[in-house]
Design a protein around this ligand. Sequence first.
Ligand SMILES: *[C@@H]1O[C@H](CO)[C@@H](O)[C@H](O)[C@H]1NC(C)=O
Ligand SMILES: *[C@@H]1O[C@H](CO)[C@@H](O)[C@H](O)[C@H]1NC(C)=O
Ligand SMILES: *[C@@H]1O[C@H](CO)[C@@H](O)[C@H](O)[C@H]1NC(C)=O
Ligand SMILES: CC(=O)N[C@H]1CO[C@H](CO)[C@@H](O)[C@@H]1O
Length: 460
Amino acid sequence: MLTIDLYLQNFLTHSKIEIMLLALLICVLAFLSLKFVITRKDSCNVYLIDFTCYKPPSSQKYPKDRFMKNARESGYFSESLVDFMERILDRGGLGDETYLAEIFFGKSYNPSMEAARREVETIVFSAIDMLLAKTGIKCEDVGILIVNCCIYNPEPSLTSMIVNRYKLRENIITYNLVGMGCSAGLLAIGLAKNLLKVNQNTCTLIVSTDSMTENFYYGKNHSMFIVNCLFRMGGAAILLSNRQSDHHNSKYQLLHAVNTSTSNSDRSYNCIQREEDGSGKIGISVTKHLVASAIATIKPNITALGSIILPKKEKLLYILIYVVRKLLPSLNIQPFMLNYGKAVDHFLPHVGGKMILDGLQKSLGFSDTEMEASRMTLYRYGNTSSSSVWYELAYVEAKSRMKKGNQVWQIAFGSGFKCSSVIWRAMKTVDDGDVNNPWTDEISRFPVMLDNHDEPMPMY
Ligand SMILES: *[C@@H]1O[C@H](CO)[C@@H](O)[C@H](O)[C@H]1NC(C)=O
Ligand SMILES: *[C@@H]1O[C@H](CO)[C@@H](O)[C@H](O)[C@H]1NC(C)=O
Ligand SMILES: *[C@@H]1O[C@H](CO)[C@@H](O)[C@H](O)[C@H]1NC(C)=O
Ligand SMILES: CC(=O)N[C@H]1CO[C@H](CO)[C@@H](O)[C@@H]1O
């Protein structure tokens, strides 16, 4: 657009008729090139056959009162830190039914590798068992396995754990993504898409989860307590395929997978970091630059992706107004605001925390309805890291809102700072009542009203 801009500047001295003709020509050309971009056929179709989300037993619900009671009774934390935790819990957007790992129900916090492994095995194996049962896919059909888990990183890896448990085939292609934050789950979809381009007739199993069992921060630094307060247990398993025979039994088709990283900026790189505090205790620190970095990373790609997926009419309007504004600045026409709500039917941003959802909603102009799935997922399940976007999709399905042809935009972001987006098209209307959907038995009580604290969440 910059070159067009300069070009136009030079022509501004010419007569009005010429300028108008030129504007028309530019519009037509721009429209045609955009049309070319959107109608370009991808040679390889990737289908999402189905996905499942793990729902922990009710005995692992961890209400806020319990959290605060334990914090107070431990006698370990200063009054100011306890107050800080309380404010985070009050304003973080979490309800009283989120789940924590078994280790947090004991008398004292004594993490072991065994406990961490048990927790992750429960989440991962339950999600995969459900997925295999639901789809009827056989273990020998799985040709690619991608697991992403940011903090918990055992040896042998999580992919080996799964291959061993399900006796997957020997020539399976496996990728284990660690330390890549909450956006890695959707990056895994992009990776699968790239791998499926060169592997015909293949099923891909993707598992997204995280575990804090070994990583609960037990120090005194406020900035490291934010993740402690917001992170909760969860995980999802997703089955992709490029087999033509799966065309008819799949729920979604993958349209786009894009990603951005702003790790080259120090502010962005440092805003979420796992490190030692002053007294040598390890935790994840979150700086006050988090929201700004998130928006700086997310916005350019949302704009880029938006311009790919917006309906033609909106795009044409956008270009027209752009040209007229440049040619006739004296008219003072307002810039055209892209309406992302018109481009997709379901917008599902990673839950992160309430302040991030508020920031996104404000800067992109999404309505309360468009934010519902994210806010309800944050309320019910907490920040489950990379699996959160799957609980959100399950929410939309449980609400019977997924109609054939609908477009879904999942967007996840996290440390790095990185952002990944995935766009799906529903290949069928999804009926509610699926017993494996974690929302099914309680969906009628959602959406719940949320307290709207005007005061922002404290940040250090
Ligand atoms: C990341 O995005 C770029 C383009 O935005 C794409 O070429 C690349 O394949 C993507 N990588 C993954 C893993 O999705
Ligand atoms: C959400 O949880 C992940 C995984 O523990 C963490 O990296 C991220 O910082 C959390 N987000 C917030 C806003 O606490
Ligand atoms: C807490 O962590 C932040 C960031 O890592 C650091 O700048 C600060 O000095 C730490 N404070 C204490 C008391 O350890
Ligand atoms: C696919 C896409 O549009 N990616 C863009 C994301 O944003 C960065 C700038 O931050 C662009 O360089 C990428 O091309």
